[in-house]
Design a protein around this ligand. Structure first.
Ligand code: RP5
Length: 164
C-alpha cells in the first residue's frame, strides 16, 4: 500500500494534525510525519515533495497556519495529490491560512479542506488510495454506514429528548 505523507509547518500545528494521524491509524494506512516549513525550511520541503513519488507516497497532507504557503509549495514539486489543511494558528482564526491555501493559481491544484479539517484531510487521502485499493474502499463504506447509523439513532431519540 502506498504511504500518506503528512507535513506541517511547525510543531505547533500538531494538535490539529493529530486528528489526521488518528484517522490514518484507524484505517491501517502507513504514513510519515514531517515538520517542514515553506518559509523556514523551503529546501527540505521541496526535497520531500520532489522525492515523494519514488519514496512510495500516494498522497500528501500539508498543514500550515498564517501565510500558509506550504501546501502550494509542495504541490509545485510533485504531481501526487496534495491536500491542504489551513490551521487556525493566528489572531485571524485561520481565515488567513484558508485563503493562502485554497487560492491556488491554475495549473497547481491543492485540495483544501476546512480550517483545522484534519480528519477530512485524512479521509480524502484514504479515498485517493482507495481508488486502487479495494480493501480501503470497503473500510470507507463501513465507516460511512456506521456514521449514518449514529445519526439515525439520534434522530430516533430526538423528540423524546425535547419533550421530556
Ligand atoms: C506556520 O506558522 C505554521 O504552520 C504555524 O501554523 C504558524 C506558527 O508557527 P510557530 O511560530 O508556532 O512555529 O508556518
Amino acid at each position: 500500500m502506498k504511504k500518506v505523507g503528512i507535513v506541517m509547518g511547525s510543531d505547533s500545528d500538531l494538535p490539529v494534525v493529530s486528528k489526521a494521524i488518528d484517522t490514518l491509524k484507524e484505517f491501517g494506512v502507513p504514513f510519515e510525519v514531517h515538520i517542514y516549513s515553506a518559509h523556514r525550511t523551503p529546501k527540505e520541503a521541496a526535497a520531500f515533495a520532489s522525492g515523494a513519488r519514488e519514496n512510495g507516497f500516494g498522497a500528501i497532507i500539508a498543514a500550515a497556519g498564517m501565510a500558509a504557503h506550504l501546501a502550494g509549495a509542495i504541490a509545485a514539486q510533485t504531481t501526487i495529490p496534495v491536500i491542504g489543511i489551513p490551521c487556525s494558528s493566528s489572531n485571524l482564526e485561520g481565515l488567513d491560512a484558508l485563503l493562502s491555501t485554497v487560492q491556488m493559481p491554475s495549473g497547481i491544484p491543492v485540495a483544501t479542506v476546512a480550517v483545522n479539517g484534519a480528519a477530512n484531510a485524512a479521509l480524502l487521502a484514504i479515498q485517493i488510495l482507495g481508488v486502487e485499493d479495494v480493501s480501503l474502499a470497503e473500510k470507507l463504506d463501513a465507516k460511512r454506514a456506521a456514521d449514518a447509523a449514529k445519526v439515525l439513532a439520534k434522530d430516533a431519540g430526538i423528540m423524546e429528548k425535547i419533550e421530556s
